[in-house]
Design a protein around this ligand. Structure first.
Ligand SMILES: Nc1ncnc2c1ncn2[C@@H]1O[C@H](COP(=O)(O)OP(=O)(O)OP(=O)(O)O)[C@@H](O)[C@H]1O
Ligand SMILES: [Mg+2]
Length: 351
């Protein structure tokens, strides 16, 4: 399947473009800030990339970094920004720069944390110079604490003519929820900050994706509705599903999707007298979701679930958000309780 190009998000793109135009037109000394949040796979990274790509006039400089999923180290964001960049003319201590860039030869722990933070801010200011620049921080929720602090500092520092664009999953999905919550609040509190929370795609946008995938042919309303319902409009879930099955054609795809709610689902054993138990199981839970549910009941973290089931953490978060939606729960604890109350035969997770 060809990569799907972005659908919808017109208002968000326009708002980000306006924020950039203002930065580019008026040489401000402190940065403008744009904060995007949304669930895993909702399209934050794609939106940021598309917006920055379309910025006119072109930014003099784009400094971009994301969290490394495996083994993040202090100042990961800055290390990503510094990779392959000549910093010899910045006039900063080379051993500190080497440490911030995570070069293997860098001396360890020569500077106090406060000094390193100041040096990190100074490094970014010197790189940006007269700007105007765009600073992209993707996956704030997964960044190391030093990077999160740095991003907060950058948002409020003077002498940084730039648009700071930060994308993050909600704090509840974060490695350090409180730190992420505080950082998002600090960023959103910057005067004039653009704040966007991305929701799922609407059915019309799912239809647009299908039109791309099936080369211009009009998708049936039934297929659109089924796909929208079973993916919750999550573009990641949608594109993954299409990548796996689109070659079979729209009719075959429709047959694969769960139909409308059936009242014939298995019920809890009659012996269980608890009236709550006598609610039918949701027939729309997939086998994988039931497995994930089993792990949640066992109190596992997303990382542990991913390891136990041999899938990526990102896929786990998509399953978890689908479970929240399908069970009408607001937290993973509530989902786990839902499973227990429904006596769901969840498989015991593997160690
Ligand atoms: N508006 C959209 N139209 C079409 N496809 C989209 C759209 N948004 C996202 N996608 C597709 O969905 C997938 C997930 O998008 P993306 O990586 O941007 O999500 P994300 O919110 O950054 O997720 P994460 O929280 O995991 O970083 C990608 O394959 C992307 O191309
Ligand atoms: Mg992303």
């Amino acid at each position: 399947m060809m990569p799907v190009s972005m659908v919808g998000r017109v208002g968000e793109l326009a708002e980000l473009d306006r924020a950039w135009s203002a930065v580019a037109a008026v040489r401000r000394s402190s940065p403008a800030v744009a904060v995007l949040t949304g669930a895993a796979g909702v399209g934050k990274s794609l939106l940021v990339a598309a917006a920055v790509d379309a910025f006119a006039p072109r930014p003099a400089l784009i400094l971009s970094g994301a969290a490394r999923v495996h083994g993040p180290a202090p100042y990961d964001w800055l290390a990503a920004v510094l990779t392959g960049r000549d910093t010899s003319r910045l006039g900063l201590p080379s051993d500190a720069l080497a440490w911030l860039a995570q070069q293997p030869t860098a001396p360890r722990e020569r500077y106090a944390p406060g000094t390193l933070l100041r040096l990190a801010v100074r490094t970014v200011q010197l790189l940006v110079g007269a700007g105007p620049a765009v600073l992209v921080v993707d996956d704030l929720h997964a960044l190391d604490p030093a990077s999160v602090n740095l991003v907060g500092e950058l948002a409020t520092v003077t002498d940084l003519p730039a648009l700071l664009v930060v994308a993050s999953r909600p704090p509840t999905d974060a490695v350090a929820p409180d730190l992420t919550r505080r950082a998002l609040a600090r960023l959103s509190g910057v005067r004039g900050a653009v704040r966007q929370h991305l929701g799922p795609l609407r059915p019309a946008e799912v239809a647009e994706v299908l039109t791309q995938v099936y080369a211009g042919s009009n998708p049936s309303g039934r297929l659109v509705t089924s796909l929208w319902r079973c993916t919750g409009g999550n573009p990641y879930a949608l594109t993954e599903l299409l990548a796996a099955h689109a070659s079979e054609g729209p009719e075959a795809l429709l047959r694969r999707l769960p139909g409308p709610r059936q009242p014939t689902a298995p019920r809890a054993p009659a012996a269980a007298a608890d009236p709550v138990v006598d609610v039918p199981l949701d027939p729309e839970l997939t086998a994988r979701e039931v497995e994930v549910l089993g792990c949640l009941v066992a109190g596992m973290s997303n990382k542990q679930v991913a390891k136990a089931l041999g899938i990526s953490v990102r896929t786990v978060t998509v399953h978890v958000s689908n479970l929240l939606r399908k069970t009408g729960s607001v937290s993973r604890t509530e989902v786990a309780l839902w499973a227990v109350r429904h006596r769901l035969p969840v498989p015991a997770p593997v160690d």
